[in-house]
Write a protein that binds this ligand. Structure first.
Ligand code: MSP
Length: 504
């Protein structure tokens, strides 16, 4: 496919953004940057945004719009600080979104996929979710946040999820990349083996005035998830007069990828594809659910009161240390434990000792042996005649294979395994460091082995350059700095890229 469209969840504006939110956004940013390098900037679209119609904003009363304006800005500012390269930021309180939600509701209603009924359920206000009695945690508590739920009975509108259940199962089975990783796909198929209830997609306006009115029943507003999921299409297209969805980013030629946390898998892998199917729109190509950042045994979340602010981490360790840590520490689908000790460990070993040291020692040698001039851009003929050196061969092979190895990890089939992609880069860095230690260039210099020394330096320069290019999507600032330092005609090494931090 010639185009690529990647999204993050749109985040609730009740919280200040924490590490968990920044994780999905940094992952999507890394993926978007990589895909831009493959397909060109104009063929990649990266969307994030804020989900603003919740009961929590409603709690702000008359001032709901002012409240969401304020928090939405916090997210935007954070993304700026994190170097996020989104092409668009959608807010569900925007006109373009409201219009699309209302058109979608109208189309699905006229198709006969929405009906009116009286509903009785257990409602969790903080999670904005209805639960069946059988789903409640012990003591009639919400299974997610473990707070008390309320029994609610009201007349509402329902979306015929169950009508499309068999279609969805079939679609999941035929498309192995549709839900990733495999464990999440199995989880959804397991969920679909049980009875699938139709989805309540409205709330009475008297209970929730802050929301998008149903076009066919102004006394109701749209359930926040039905509203929120539509963001993925409202940002990149519109419905024409006949109800056909028109978009440059949702056709056969576009690979549509939603990155989400595993907490919102059911909404994305069950409700969303069925909503799209009812609207006559193809499902996304991939929904990839990552794990949670935990603090000890608990998920990091505002309700558990254990959140860490990304800005504090960036101020303390620097942006690229933070990005690197999140992307490297755990494979994308798995849970990870967040601690500053773990950040410091990665900083000291991978960034300072391995990467920083390789760049620093190489630049030092170029300054010392060649007055800061990289000996030659191409291998001099004389040095080509030297016997093949096994270590050099390994490094050159790794330089050549690295781009494809990384590209292979940036696929749905590999669960967008950023950590494994970084591991490949580090294999090259480690080979190069080992080469320095084993070659002992100071001896080459002492013994006047100029051809050998020159060829040795050129291999290191090529390895650093390859690592610099490979690191661009992950740590764009550092990659740029490496390429600048190694690319300059006259080398003048700056401070080490990553000073070590001693643990107190
Ligand atoms: N508004 C909904 C999403 C609607 S998408 C159509 C929502 N918002 S949220 O603010 O609660 O964000 C949830 C997302 O934040 C998760 O899916 C995940 O991407 C990220 N994370 C929040 N806490 C997290 C962790 N502790 N660890 C990793 N990511 C988590 O749900």
């Amino acid at each position: 496919m010639s185009k690529f469209y990647v999204t993050t969840p749109i985040y609730y504006v009740n919280d200040s953004p924490h590490i968990g939110h920044s994780y999905t956004t940094i992952a999507a940013d890394t993926l978007a940057r990589h895909m831009r390098s493959v397909l060109g900037d104009a063929n990649v679209r990266f969307l994030t945004g804020t989900d603003e119609h919740g009961q929590k904003a409603q709690a702000a009363g008359q001032a709901a719009q002012e409240f969401v304006d304020l928090v939405s800005v916090k997210f935007r500012n954070l993304w700026k600080k994190l170097g996020i390269s989104h092409d668009d930021f959608i807010r569900t309180s925007e006109e373009r979104h409201i219009r699309t939600v209302q058109r979608a509701l109208d189309i699905v209603y006229k198709k006969g996929d929405i009906y009116k009924d009286t509903y009785e359920g257990w409602y969790c206000t903080p999670c904005e979710t209805f639960w069946l009695v059988s789903q409640l945690a012990e003591g009639q508590l919400c299974p997610d946040c473990k707070r008390p739920v309320e029994k609610i009975s009201e007349t509402n509108y329902f979306f015929k999820l169950n009508k499309y259940k068999d279609w969805l199962i079939d679609h999941i089975k035929k498309n192995p990349d549709f839900i990733r990783p495999q464990i999440r796909r199995n989880e959804v198929l397991g969920f679909l083996r049980e009875e699938l209830n139709d989805l309540c997609i409205s709330r009475p306006k008297e209970r929730l005035s802050w929301g998008i009115p149903l076009p066919f029943s102004p006394d109701h507003v749209t359930y926040v998830w039905f509203d929120a999921l539509i963001n993925y299409i409202s940002a990149v297209g519109h419905f024409d007069d006949k109800g056909a969805y028109i978009s440059d980013w949702w056709g056969k030629d576009t690979n549509v990828v939603h990155l989400i946390g595993k907490d919102i898998l059911r909404h994305h892998a069950v409700y969303w594809p069925i909503m799209l199917h009812s609207l006559g729109i193809k499902p996304p190509d991939t929904i990839c659910a990552h794990g949670w950042w935990m603090i000890g045994a608990d998920k990091m979340s505002k309700s558990r009161g254990n959140v860490v602010a990304p800005l504090d981490m960036i101020d303390k360790y620097g942006l690229d240390v933070y990005r690197y840590f999140l992307l490297r520490e755990v494979p994308f689908g798995l849970d990870g434990n967040f601690s500053e000790e773990a950040v410091i460990r990665r900083l000291n070993s991978d960034l300072a000792n391995d990467l920083g040291n390789l760049v620093y020692r190489t630049l030092t040698m170029i300054e010392k042996y060649y007055d800061g001039n990289i000996p030659a851009k191409e291998l001099p003929v004389a040095s080509c005649q030297l016997p093949v050196n096994e270590q050099e061969k390994k490094i050159r092979n790794k330089i050549n294979s690295l781009p494809d190895e990384i590209a292979a990890k940036f696929t749905a089939g590999s669960d967008f395994n950023f950590s494994a992609a970084l591991e490949e880069v580090w294999k090259l860095i480690n080979l190069a460091n080992k080469y320095v230690e084993e070659t002992k260039p100071w001896n080459l210099s002492k013994e006047n082995k100029t051809k050998e020394l020159e060829r040795f330096i050129l291999v290191l320069v090529d390895a650093i350059r390859a690592a610099g290019h490979a690191l661009k999507p992950f740590v764009p600032g550092t990659a740029g700095e490496i390429l600048r330092q190694i690319g300059a005609d006259q080398i003048k090494k700056g401070k080490p890229l990553f000073p070590r931090i001693e643990c107190s």
